[in-house]
Design a binder for this molecule. Structure first.
Ligand SMILES: [Fe+2]
Length: 215
């Protein structure tokens, strides 16, 4: 089973702080049934440092050479606007799959989707399959789930972060996540792990909700 969103790279964002902890996270990931990991550090202020992240990936891979790690990023929309889609998007997709993990703003409104739609079209025209990270956290979607349907209609895939089981990072995403599962809008469940204990939530989410994922 692939985990395509997590913060296991050592010392680059608000996830694992050192290599030893990353390896402990890897053990927890394996125990939760994960057999491959896309490392997705934050491409967001104040964390983004491309070279440092590539270096952390190389160190993790060297420390666990038998495990299937690939590199990716969790790309914040606002940060991508600042960096420039044309200049940076070619470097920020998942290694070898043509996927691009895009994070929208938690406090987004219906108006935000004018920019989002434009960025999604741009990424798709570059050949990317766009995955939207944790739509259950976004205000516009919590108010009106038809915005999640809108993203699927644009050709995006939706990724649920397993911490919704506990209410989510902001304590209020469970209700929305359940609705999106029942509507059959999610394609993926990911750990979005920042710490070891997040893999327990992942195992629970997979056990109870993977039956609702899109084929
Ligand atoms: Fe994340």
């Amino acid at each position: 089973m692939r985990d395509m969103h997590c913060h296991i790279l050592p010392g680059v964002d608000d996830g694992s702080s050192n290599l030893r902890y990353s390896l402990a996270m890897l053990n927890a990931a394996k125990a939760a049934g994960i057999t491959s990991i896309v490392c997705t550090p934050h491409c967001r202020d104040p964390y983004f440092n491309y070279d440092k992240m590539e270096d952390a990936f190389t160190r993790l891979q060297a420390a666990a050479p038998d495990f299937n790690f690939t590199m990716g990023f969790e790309v914040n929309h606002y940060k991508l606007m600042k960096l420039g889609v044309d200049q940076w998007a070619p470097y920020l997709g998942f290694e070898g799959t043509g996927e691009f993990l895009l994070e929208l703003e938690d406090s987004c409104t219906a108006d935000s989707f004018r920019d989002y739609d434009h960025t999604i079209y741009q990424l798709q025209s570059m050949g990317y399959s766009v995955i939207i990270a944790h739509p259950e956290r976004y205000e516009a979607i919590r108010k009106d789930v038809s915005w999640a349907q809108h993203l699927v209609d644009l050709g995006c895939k939706l990724q649920c972060s397993a911490d919704f089981i506990n209410g989510g990072r902001l304590g209020n995403s469970k209700h929305t996540a359940k609705k999106l599962f029942k509507m059959g809008l999610y394609s993926y469940i990911a750990s979005d792990a920042h710490r070891i204990e997040h893999y327990d939530l992942f195992a629970k989410a997979v056990e109870h909700y993977s039956k609702y994922l899109r084929p």
